[in-house]
Design a protein around this ligand. Sequence first.
Ligand SMILES: [Zn+2]
Length: 346
Amino acid sequence: MTPPPAHQIAVLSQGRAAVFEEPIGPAGVRVRDRPSTDPDPGAVAIAVRAASINHLDLFLAHGAQRVTPPRVIAADGAGVVQASGDPSWKPGDEVVVYPVVCDWECEWCRSGQNVRCARFGVIGEHSDGTACELLHVDARNVFRKPKGLSWEETAAFPLTFLTAWRMLTTRARLQPGEKVLVVGASAGVAVAAIKIASHLGARVFATSRSEAKRKRALEIGAEAVFDSSEFSKPVREATDGGVDVVFEHVGPATLGESMRSVVLGGRVVLCGSTSGVKAEITMPRLDDGQCGRVSGGARCHRRRPATGGRQRLSACRRPGGPGAARFGGAVRQSRAVGLGQMRRVR
Ligand SMILES: [Zn+2]
């Protein structure tokens, strides 16, 4: 990350906290006690009622995120405001945390495109995390807890649901009635994608290696499910030639099959790459005369390689076009959560 400006409000984990101390897996995360302080001006101190972990935390615990310990883990959390250095919030307010680190001041942040901030990061990876008793965050990271959700539900949804929302709406521009294939349906972000795509009126298809997970995908909104091995042919047969959008987060193990599953003019959106960091792409599927150029994509926060440089994925754009529009075999990478999405989810 770009070093923060001196006045940027730091995320602080206080009280008892789960601290990543050694890159040896979960055993390297230990409970420690930290002193508690009052929040600085502009910050809110939240008594955490529930925090949740993502696969990101496992990567981190194994040293795959190249995070230098100590680091309090977890991006997602919800709780009750204990003290506030900002008039927007008062003690007793029930809130959920927007799990992003940014400077809130650059052109991108001011326009609601926090994901493009040069100082963009994820709480619990690029700063202290929510797995603690008292969390200090910038007041702009705080949102009112949805009344219909329990503490656990509130703390479980932000990172995965915001990522999936941005991928399906901002990036893929998924429309009602379109067909979307969600790969690796057992992952949290994939479950979020199935629910969101169903909510948006799309026809949802899903893959999983697990029969139990395929059954679960049907229960939460998928129209049909497929085993993860060589799924493109049965997907094309079941969808009258292919899907409009593929929701990808697995990477090398499935990307080829994903690209064979889309119709001409379809879109493949990606986040993370849980099966590895290098994938082969069959160029004719990209370079079909509709894709003007292929450029290095934005960085991906979900996983960085244990060796080699920062992970990069390709993104395609029409020449001169505003963002990635639709073209044959388009591959887009989502840079996960965005504030605009948080507001819309609420
Ligand atoms: Zn910014």
